[in-house]
Design a protein around this ligand. Sequence first.
Ligand SMILES: Cc1cc2nc3c(=O)[nH]c(=O)nc-3n(C[C@H](O)[C@H](O)[C@H](O)COP(=O)(O)OP(=O)(O)OC[C@H]3O[C@@H](n4cnc5c(N)ncnc54)[C@H](O)[C@@H]3O)c2cc1C
Length: 317
Amino acid sequence: MLGDTSDAVWGVMDIYPRTSFPDIRKKCVINSAAGNVLIIPREGDALVRFYIELPAGTKVSDVTLDNLQDHARRVFLPYAMDFAETAWWSAYSIGQRHADFFHKNHRVFLTGDACHTHSPKAGQGMNVSLQDGHNIGWKLGMVLRGQAKPSLLETYVTEREKTAVELIEFDRGFTKLFNSKYRAENGITPAHFAEQFVKAGRYTAGQAILYGGSDITELEEGDAELAKKVTVGMRFPSAQVVRFCDAKAMHLVKALPADGQWFIVVFAGDLAKPEAAERLAKVCFAAVFLALEIMLTWGIGCGCPSGDSGKLHTGWC
Ligand SMILES: Cc1cc2nc3c(=O)[nH]c(=O)nc-3n(C[C@H](O)[C@H](O)[C@H](O)COP(=O)(O)OP(=O)(O)OC[C@H]3O[C@@H](n4cnc5c(N)ncnc54)[C@H](O)[C@@H]3O)c2cc1C
């Protein structure tokens, strides 16, 4: 693994609080002279998770639940903080590392914590790990069904390795912001801190990730002009839309389930206008021909249950 295990030791506990602190049901950070606590309201409207940075020099093996609770009480002052019950707690030192390889001959692939770890502050670990799993999952599915060449799997490595490295860089910077000495020395304002918190949220939602050019994200000249607000290599943006077939209001992303299918989204304009309808018809024809061309060029089939994945099928087979 490349990177380091820092000296920073953090405690975490899931607790049922008794407190006068008004924002206990909001995700927030308290920075006080006694230290800092990251508050994550848990499911069920009662349980709350605290992440607590412990003083420099603390050893993980020495940490007790009493230490954590005392520390949290001091950070919350002048608000009262008591613990009706602690459902779970732990302590750990922070490692910010990524694996020096994400694959072996593009036949064995690492995903999740096995190839990257970072601090819990931005709440990224599971999110990024799920994104890794989804990325390799749909590609393996296509290769195994004969719908794509095995070289598609190489894009898993280029895309996710870059993401892991960027995330660890972001995490290193983000972690420093929690340190009051660092903030004072570098003139970090609460506004800057809040801005980075929002950025962390964009990472969590996969909206801060931009994949470089590859067989599946390469643009040709002029392509970017066709949909100026869609960045190729980034997550497709969502918006509130009304579905034409049933007039149902929905978020666009809901109509595009991530289940291995491919979607062509056409921003056709007002279909009541003949010129818009005609344009859409042209796009539909072009899309069918494009699909046929791709299948012929790549020598791939439609992956239908007939099992003849090397052949071209009609779409109804
Ligand atoms: C206290 C804490 C709080 C966290 N909070 C958040 C959060 O708020 N948001 C977030 O996104 N992430 C969070 N994370 C990180 C998140 O839990 C991990 O990033 C995520 O679980 C990684 O998933 P994974 O599948 O890669 O690994 P794991 O969840 O570790 O799964 C690996 C599995 O492999 C099994 N295994 C290991 N070795 C073997 C073997 N030899 N044979 C068979 N099985 C084996 C293990 O038992 C385990 O079940 C947190 C982590 C911790 C510790």
